[in-house]
Design a protein around this ligand. Structure first.
Ligand code: GFB
Length: 356
């Protein structure tokens, strides 16, 4: 099995841009990239930014949150931990580690400069001995001329491991790669945490889940959408695909309380659910939601925090399992839920978007 891995070569990268939702979109592109080159994708840990590590970052092994096995149906994969422990000494020993970046600065790639770059490679005791630039080569290795470009310049025989400074996939994810989400499935650990919450608190009854992305970082980012020439922003292709005539509005990015209460009420009424689950990075609006839903005898719930690293992911898993879901079209945290739901046949609604 390990010999089979090595013959086709490997791809590894640092998911150094954005938080979970951004990393997850780029992961899908990276799967397609490695598949096109017929190389094994080394699954990097997810990078998180805990509040007690100011200016710092931490890493969560890929398999803490997701299953490795379903990915094997699409492409050869191995977690970075297993690769470094069992395979690297043979195919990628110290002294032969080449870093790849779009263009060299001086004669180097800045593979390890700054956070999260340095801590990521250091975590695995990786230093680079030489560098190559891949300027001019695209990520779309499903195109034969792109594939040939990579293989001619960097054949597996000379470059068994392509170690990239950033993800070889775009953000937002290209529409033609969103279906790859079906291979990205919750780990047993996350699955059981989400199911436990749904059983104990939501009593396994049908529920409507909502995502309120209302932290100050998002409020600030949404200012850009006030510029009416903006047709796409962050994860917005999830509701407004490229080429669509529908307009992206500020309300879709940062919905006001009135819109939120109106839409929740309308959907709760229509679907006859008795429970609403709120996921948020900031204000769950519990008081306002309870008030608005009182006459419908609908109860509102949020999950208490237990562990800063897992909490967002468990909430996200609950969003993927809800019977009905209203999310934020601009947020890539929402878009993960949107894709996960779509590949399991579940629809998603968006704030301030006429989608019913
Ligand atoms: O996932 P993410 O890239 O989505 O980043 P956006 C937002 C992070 O905020 C998540 C937390 O990874 C979580 O840590 N978060 C968001 C939440 N929603 C929830 C929630 O419902 N519950 C919990 N517990 N946590 C982009 C960033 O965020 O926003 C960009 O990736 C940039 O880098 C931009 O900062 C303004 O696409 O929403």
């Amino acid at each position: 099995d390990e010999r089979e891995h090595a013959s086709g070569g490997f791809v590894v990268y640092c998911p150094c841009m954005g938080r979970f939702g951004n990393q997850a979109e780029q992961f899908l592109g990276s799967l397609a990239f490695a598949k096109g080159l017929n190389r094994t994708l080394i699954l990097p840990p997810w990078i998180v930014y805990p509040s007690n590590k100011i200016g710092g970052s931490d890493r969560v092994s890929f398999d803490q949150w997701f299953l490795v096995k379903p990915l094997q149906d699409y492409i050869n994969v191995v977690t970075m931990e297993v690769f470094m422990k069992n395979i690297a000494s043979r195919v990628w020993p110290p002294g032969k580690r080449i870093g790849f970046c779009y263009s060299l600065s001086g004669d180097k790639c800045r593979m390890k400069e700054g956070n999260p770059f340095g801590p990521f490679w250091d975590h695995f005791n990786i230093d680079f001995d030489d560098y190559r630039q891949h300027s001019g080569l695209l990520w779309d290795t499903e195109e034969h001329w792109v594939r040939d470009g990579w293989n001619n310049r960097f054949p597996v025989s000379d470059f068994p491991v392509i170690a990239l400074m950033g993800a070889p996939g775009s953000f937002p994810v290209k529409t033609e790669n969103t279906w790859l989400q079906k291979y990205v499935q919750w780990s047993a650990r996350i699955e059981s945490k989400a199911k436990k919450y749904i059983a104990e608190v939501l009593r396994d009854e049908p529920f409507l889940a909502i995502h309120l992305r209302n932290g100050i970082d998002f409020e600030r980012a949404c200012e850009h959408v006030k510029d009416s020439s903006m047709t796409s922003f962050f994860a917005s292709p999830q509701c407004i695909p490229a080429g669509s005539k529908r307009k992206l509005t500020y309300e879709m990015c940062f919905p006001g309380q009135k819109e939120i209460l109106k839409k929740v009420k309308k959907v709760a009424k229509k679907t006859k659910v008795k429970r609403v689950f709120v996921a948020t990075d900031n204000d769950p609006m519990m008081k306002e939601l309870n008030q608005a839903l009182k006459s419908l005898k609908v109860s509102v719930h949020k999950r208490d925090s237990f562990d800063e690293i897992d909490d967002p992911i468990v909430e996200l898993a609950v969003l993927t399992k809800a019977d009905h879901f209203i999310g934020n079209c601009v947020s890539s945290f929402t878009s993960f839920a949107t894709r996960y739901r779509a590949v399991s046949g579940k629809p998603t609604l968006f704030w301030a978007f006429d989608d019913e």
